[in-house]
Design a protein around this ligand. Structure first.
Ligand SMILES: *[C@@H]1O[C@H](CO)[C@@H](O)[C@H](O)[C@H]1NC(C)=O
Ligand SMILES: *[C@@H]1O[C@H](CO)[C@@H](O)[C@H](O)[C@H]1NC(C)=O
Length: 232
């Protein structure tokens, strides 16, 4: 009897461990001992670990900040800007994606990323640097849903074109995305014709507000850009 009881108890423990491991996939990483501020709400948590778990459970939570002395757990809203106020061992900061420091990012569920149209006219290299400076990259358009979302951002603005994370300065005809893949990997390439694809003077791609892609000269300083901040 006793042996049986012990046996079933250890099975229960194993099951709990298995469930916990599977939820660790979308875990907010502990990134800093710092006080961080931003839009969201505060709750009380027993420990830093519980504060982290509360964020993990909330799909709309991007980050959480735990104050060790008061047990205040601040849950930050997805895709909203946060700011590191001060480094301090009294706080633990957890986050699911790099820190966002500007408002205006919009959540795109399928890619679990935050998107923003940067209303600054730049060439391709400047656009690339702009997004990297925001802890992001020029958007990788990998399927119809993110293409539609990005085109909607453009439609809502005065611009017709924006730089996206796509270039073919190395391999002409099979452009590379900013996530490192090529359009031949994602099988998503909404360009009817081979429009300018083999033109060696045009190697950087732009999205139009109608959702089409066009290849422009990388030095063309006439358009905005779309940045993307992905989760870890
Ligand atoms: C965000 O960070 C970048 C790079 O550090 C900086 O250039 C930009 O001005 C910052 N934006 C805000 C609103 O602080
Ligand atoms: C420059 O960009 C504009 C759109 O902003 C486009 O109409 C034009 O064809 C582009 N020129 C080159 C050489 O890429």
């Amino acid at each position: 009897m006793i042996l049986n009881y012990k046996h079933s108890a250890s099975v229960v423990v194993l099951v709990i461990v298995a469930v916990c491991c599977s939820c660790e996939a979308q875990r907010a990483k502990a990134v800093a001992r710092a006080k961080v501020e931003g839009p969201g709400f505060s709750v009380l948590a027993r420990s830093a670990k519980q504060c982290q778990a509360l964020c993990n459970k909330q799909p709309a939570c991007d980050a959480a900040n735990f104050e060790i002395t008061t047990h205040k757990c601040r849950i930050f809203t997805r895709c909203s800007p946060t700011v590191i106020l001060q480094r301090s061992s009294k706080y633990m900061h957890f986050t699911k994606r790099p820190i966002i420091n500007e408002s205006g990012y919009k959540y795109h569920a399928e890619s679990d990323s935050c998107l923003k149209l940067m209303e600054k006219v730049t060439d391709f290299a400047e656009a690339d640097a702009l997004c990297k400076g925001q802890n992001g990259r020029l958007v990788s358009i990998t399927d119809p849903s993110i293409n539609k979302e990005a085109a909607e951002l453009l439609k809502a603005s005065k611009a017709q074109f924006a730089w996206i994370g796509l270039f073919d300065n190395r391999v002409e005809g099979n452009p590379q995305l900013s996530d490192g893949r090529r359009v031949s990997d994602t099988k998503f390439f909404p360009v009817g014709e081979q429009q300018a694809r083999l033109d060696r003077s045009r190697n950087c791609w732009a999205l139009s507000d109608s959702g089409e892609w066009a290849e422009h000269s990388c030095k063309n300083r006439t358009q905005f850009s779309i940045c993307q901040i992905v989760s870890y």
